[in-house]
Design a protein around this ligand. Structure first.
Ligand SMILES: O=C(O)CNC(=O)[C@H](CS)NC(=O)CCC(=O)C(=O)O
Length: 274
């Protein structure tokens, strides 16, 4: 069994201080003996407008955010999965999730495919598609020290088609780094994540942002690791004063046992194969 850590922070528009929080999380994960650290969506920054988000993605701080974590990964022999913004075009960004291996190399880069556009009465109004270009592919799950990892981000967790597609390609662990809104988090966060774990018979690892990013926006927190039986095996609350981690052993024998004991044989003669 290999130990994985989820890290929780509250990013603002200050990339330098967000990096400092991420580095604290790396230190805590290393001290706990974790081999992989999962950091939230948009760990580099949460901006207060589309314009600010685009200009931050072009900044030097944005480049050093990633290179500094690459150096940490190499120095401490830890893999780091982290959500960042990348420039996609002259007007739009990518909401990206990169995998940095224990040599400091970026080996995977997933671009979020489902964008979060909501306008909830007396609730959050967010239009991610105003500044972000949707990804066009679902990368294949890849080998890591904790098993085959399939990458997805935040709002993607509402689409079981995507997690089932990753499962069919042999994912054993599915990631959902997030910055969930508070009302949708209270209502949907844990049940949806547990459902994704149960129906894919995979670990679900969801590192979350927590607390107030600016006057307009706050995130729900509650980072979790869920085993393939749907049990929460590591959990944080909504603390946001200082960065926190939670850890769990990833047991691939448990994945194999659950899949062997309860095969989910699909009736693809009756509905399409995903
Ligand atoms: O804004 C950034 O820079 C980073 N992106 C995000 O935080 C994204 C888009 S606004 N947040 C979500 O997808 C929350 C989904 C959610 O809360 C739900 O599905 O209920």
């Amino acid at each position: 069994m290999v130990l994985a850590a989820v890290g929780q922070l509250c990013a603002t528009s200050n990339i330098t201080s967000n990096l400092a929080q991420c580095k604290v999380l790396v230190q805590k994960a290393v001290a706990a003996g974790a081999k992989v650290l999962f950091l939230p969506e948009a760990s580099d920054y949460i901006a207060s407008s589309a314009e600010q988000s685009y200009s931050l993605a072009q900044s030097e701080e944005s480049v050093s955010f990633v290179s500094s974590l690459q150096r940490d990964a190499k120095e401490h022999h830890i893999h780091i999965n982290v959500g960042i913004h990348q420039v996609a075009s002259e007007t739009r960004l990518k909401n990206s999730l990169i995998w940095i291996d224990d040599k400091g190399t970026i080996t995977q880069n997933y671009q979020k495919v489902h964008l979060f556009d909501v306008d909830i009465k007396d609730g959050p109004v967010l239009k991610e598609s105003a500044s972000v270009q949707p990804g066009q592919q679902i990368p294949r799950p890849f080998d890591t020290p904790i098993g085959h990892v399939g990458l997805s981000i935040c709002f993607d967790l509402r689409f079981p088609e995507m997690s089932l597609a990753l499962r069919r390609q042999n994912a054993e662990i599915i990631t959902y780094p997030s910055a969930f809104t508070v009302p949708t988090g209270k209502a949907h966060w844990e049940p949806l994540l547990r459902a994704r774990a149960i129906e894919t018979q995979s670990y679900v690892i969801a590192a979350a942002q927590a607390g107030p990013h600016n006057e307009k926006r706050r995130s729900y927190g509650h980072s979790v690791i869920i085993n393939p039986w749907g049990e929460v095996v590591a959990k944080l609350g909504d603390e946001h004063q200082e960065p926190h981690i939670a850890t769990a052993d990833i047991d691939l024998d448990l994945v194999a046992k659950i899949r062997r004991e309860m095969p989910l044989l699909r009736r693809t003669d009756l509905y399409p194969e995903i």
